[in-house]
Design a protein around this ligand. Structure first.
Ligand SMILES: *[C@@H]1O[C@H](CO)[C@@H](O)[C@H](O)[C@H]1NC(C)=O
Ligand SMILES: *[C@@H]1O[C@H](CO)[C@@H](O)[C@H](O)[C@H]1NC(C)=O
Ligand SMILES: *[C@@H]1O[C@H](CO)[C@@H](O)[C@H](O)[C@H]1NC(C)=O
Ligand SMILES: CC(=O)N[C@H]1CO[C@H](CO)[C@@H](O)[C@@H]1O
Length: 439
């Protein structure tokens, strides 16, 4: 069954010389032929579908198609319909999208798990999401009693408890200490160089999200685990440093695992130098703070004014009711890093110069919105969307589009937007943060 070069050349000559009368039939008006009636949208807005696990089979028969109005065509080859259904605004490109916006989304589900006896860690670093130069993140699990080894970093660390509760301890350079219980919804902040330890308290375990103010979390010289230091120090030096015989250090584990199983600590330790509390506290009890409640949801801003030690990685927890939306806005302080804790949402990121792209998000997704980019976040699910906004700044600052437009002379704005002055007068002058909109 070998085809010689000569035969192949002869075939090529036949095909090219017969171009005037193709050797295959062309159906008449092929382009107008009715396409198989598969799922498509008659609206500008794409069909957003979530996939209940029970209907996976049905979903496979009737996948979402890259068709919006008269544009696009159903796929002819098998596709990853599960992934497409999570990214409907990529498959059915929003007609108002345009230009080029590179990918701004990463799903923790695409990160490899580091599994340990006692828990796991998976990360989003700059090589996963290249525009995330200012931020990296890690999703962590510690079983009850399991310990995240004592360590410090050369970058600032922000933590948020997503499930269960943790025991966290730290000692300052002045020898003051703090041991606290961080419950679900609480935050902490450790400035670079601040040693700390984390242990799971609740059963069966606890989970937390870490965000660092540098995208390259895996760089050398970033994480300093105490046992790693001790096993890489001559035993005679350990003996001299601690004033004890070398033999007592022979049992230090050689493993480089960052999480180990263990038993819950009593948490009891007092320092003769005093406690870290008040403005020196590393703990912010966000779970006990009142959110600002608005019609479309609620939010909690945590910046330096309420959590003094947090000089960067200011954050805002936002909860958007079904159908509501984080209003159109932008941030003057830099790139925004985002993490979706719950629910499904979509956001269009606009970079100026006619560049806009709509992304869909669901639980466990991270994203970065470029410095000063215009955006909104709309709940497109039937459950509350909870997400975190993080900034490499000591404050959370944003400009509301509607507030800007409503508080500029109305007759001027009406001309710029080519709408009536009456319309401009109806724009909100307050800053709702989350809007319910009109049905
Ligand atoms: C935890 O406690 C149990 C029972 O007291 C003990 O057998 C075990 O060695 C302890 N585990 C660790 C890691 O210390
Ligand atoms: C939301 O609930 C409504 C009413 O039960 C249902 O028609 C709709 O399909 C649901 N939408 C989503 C995205 O689940
Ligand atoms: C302004 O709006 C009117 C319709 O109300 C339209 O005819 C006109 O072309 C618009 N002007 C511009 C500059 O788009
Ligand atoms: C309550 C409400 O408005 N829910 C909406 C959330 O978004 C989805 C998708 O757009 C709609 O189907 C729901 O009606």
């Amino acid at each position: 069954m070998r085809t010689s070069l000569l035969q192949a050349t002869a075939l090529f000559v036949v095909l090219t010389s017969a171009a005037a009368t193709p050797p295959y039939p062309i159906p008449e008006a092929a382009n107008d032929a009715p396409q198989p009636q598969r799922r498509q949208t008659k609206h500008l807005r794409p069909i957003i579908e979530r996939v209940p696990a029970s209907s996976l089979e049905k979903r496979a028969e009737e996948p979402l198609q890259p068709v919006v109005g008269v544009k696009g065509a159903p796929l002819l080859i098998p596709e990853n319909s599960l992934l497409d259904s999570q990214n409907p605004d990529h498959l059915q490109t929003n007609p108002t999208d345009g230009g080029l916006v590179t990918n701004l989304k990463w799903s923790m589900s695409l990160s490899g798990m580091n599994l340990f006896e006692g828990g796991f860690v998976r990360e989003q670093v700059v090589t996963d999401l290249p525009p995330s130069k200012d931020f990296s993140a890690a999703q962590n699990h510690v079983n009850q009693g399991a310990i995240r080894h004592m360590h410090w970093h050369d970058i600032n660390e922000w933590g948020y408890v997503t499930a269960g509760s943790l025991l966290i301890g730290a000692v300052s350079d002045e020898g003051k200490n703090q041991v606290f219980r961080a419950n679900k919804g609480d935050m902490w902040f450790f400035p670079k160089g601040q040693g700390h330890v984390i242990q799971g308290l609740s059963s069966p375990g606890a989970e937390y999200l870490l965000v660092f103010d540098n995208g390259d979390f895996d760089a050398k010289g970033r994480t300093f685990n105490v046992d790693d230091w001790l096993v890489h120090t001559p035993p005679s030096v350990l003996a001299k440093n601690f004033g004890m015989p070398e033999s007592v250090f022979a049992s230090i584990p050689k493993s480089a695992a960052s999480i180990m199983k263990g038993n819950a600590s009593t948490g009891l330790i007092s320092s003769p130098n005093g406690k870290l509390e008040g403005a020196s506290s590393f703990h912010y009890r966000a779970s006990e703070k009142p959110f600002t409640v608005v019609e479309g949801g609620r939010y909690l801003k945590v910046d330096k004014s309420v959590f003094p030690i947090q000089t960067t990685l200011a954050s805002q927890i936002v909860e958007i009711k079904p159908g509501a939306m984080r209003e159109m806005h932008w941030h003057p302080t830099g790139v925004e890093w985002v993490y979706f804790v719950q629910g499904s949402a979509r956001a269009t990121v606009w970079l100026g110069g006619a560049n806009a792209r709509t992304f869909d998000f669901t639980t466990g997704d991270t994203a970065v919105f470029p410095d000063n980019s215009g955006h909104y976040i709309e709940n497109v699910s039937n459950e509350t969307v909870t997400y975190l906004e993080i900034f490499k700044a000591d404050t959370v600052k944003d400009f509301s589009l509607s507030q800007w437009l409503s508080l500029t002379p109305n007759d001027l704005v009406a001309q710029v937007l080519n709408v009536s002055i009456e319309t401009v007068k109806k724009f909100r002058t307050d800053k709702p943060v989350i809007v319910m909109g009109k049905k």
